[in-house]
Write a protein that binds this ligand. Structure first.
Ligand code: NAP
Length: 245
């Protein structure tokens, strides 16, 4: 028996296969989604990287933790199960649809240099703070030029969004997913799509994202600024930072 599907004469089996295929069509969006899966690479798996990675795993993300000593992350990955893995920073960048940077700020110049090609166009969630005693000269640069500009300089080509820098990791642990009003997390960046990704990541981690402005606005919630170190609701944080409600 032959059958005519869309004017093409086909054998019965082929026609059935095509028809069956049409029933599979609803699955296509799921397939497309799996290609943009919630995959994040994390560079620096200490207090802040470890905390946020756990929250994203809880939210269904696949998380690739990295550091200079990935073998030391074995226990963390085993504890967190199949959605967690660990390796080098280069592997984390390649893995993630977005990358969280959570290392001491003095590491930025080398990290940026060594991963320049891979970081190009990557959405980078930049949680680092510059501390003079720990980070030395680069902290002077931040003091002079602003943290957004310095991050953009060392992570050249990446679509940097400042986020998760403005509170201690214990505050994030304590407040993640708390009942309304959620804790607000200020974010700043120049690339609208990267900001959108950051908003999703903040929200999925259990917080309320507050877009403060472009990268230069990150100074308003940098370490030592009035916008640093709060666990306010979004309306309260907006008021504090002078962001339109
Ligand atoms: N602690 C907080 O509450 C908090 C809150 C907001 C923002 N921050 C900022 O987030 C950053 C990380 O702070 P933290 O407290 O999470 O530090 P941490 O606990 O000391 O962890 C730092 C992590 O970065 C890794 N690392 C260090 N240098 C690296 C390099 N060159 N390349 C790759 N990995 C490197 C470390 O592992 P290896 O040494 O094995 O490489 C470790 O996994 C800092 O800039 C900090 O100011 C911290």
């Amino acid at each position: 028996m032959r059958s005519d599907v869309f004017g093409i004469s086909l054998g019965r089996r082929a026609a059935l296969a095509l028809l069956a295929g049409s029933f599979l069509l609803p699955a296509l969006p799921a397939l497309a989604q799996s290609e943009t899966t919630k995959r994040i690479g994390i560079i620096g798996a200490g207090n802040i990287g470890g905390t946020l990675g756990r929250l994203w795993i809880k939210a269904g993300y696949e998380v690739f933790f990295s550091s200079r000593h990935p073998e030391e992350l074995k226990a963390l990955v085993e504890e967190l199960g199949p959605k967690a893995r660990a390796g080098t920073p280069a592997e984390a960048i390649a893995f993630g649809n977005a990358v969280l940077i959570a290392v001491p700020y003095k590491a930025y110049p080398e990290l940026g240099r060594e991963n320049a090609a891979a970081l190009k166009n990557k959405v980078v969630i930049d949680a680092g703070n510059a501390v003079k005693a720990r980070d030395g000269a680069v902290a002077d640069e931040v003091e002079r030029d602003g943290i957004g500009a310095v991050s953009a300089k060392y992570l050249a080509g990446a679509r940097v969004v400042r986020a998760f820098n403005a509170a201690n990791y214990k505050i994030f642990q304590k407040n993640a997913g708390r009942p309304e009003p959620r804790m607000a997390v200020p974010i700043a960046g120049n690339d609208p799509k990267a900001l959108e990704t950051a908003r999703t990541l903040v929200s999925d981690a259990g917080f309320d994202p507050v877009v403060v402005g472009e990268l230069k606005a990150a100074d308003t919630f940098a370490m030592g600024s009035p916008g640093f170190g709060h666990d306010l609701s979004a309306p309260e944080l907006k008021q504090k930072l002078g962001v339109k409600p």
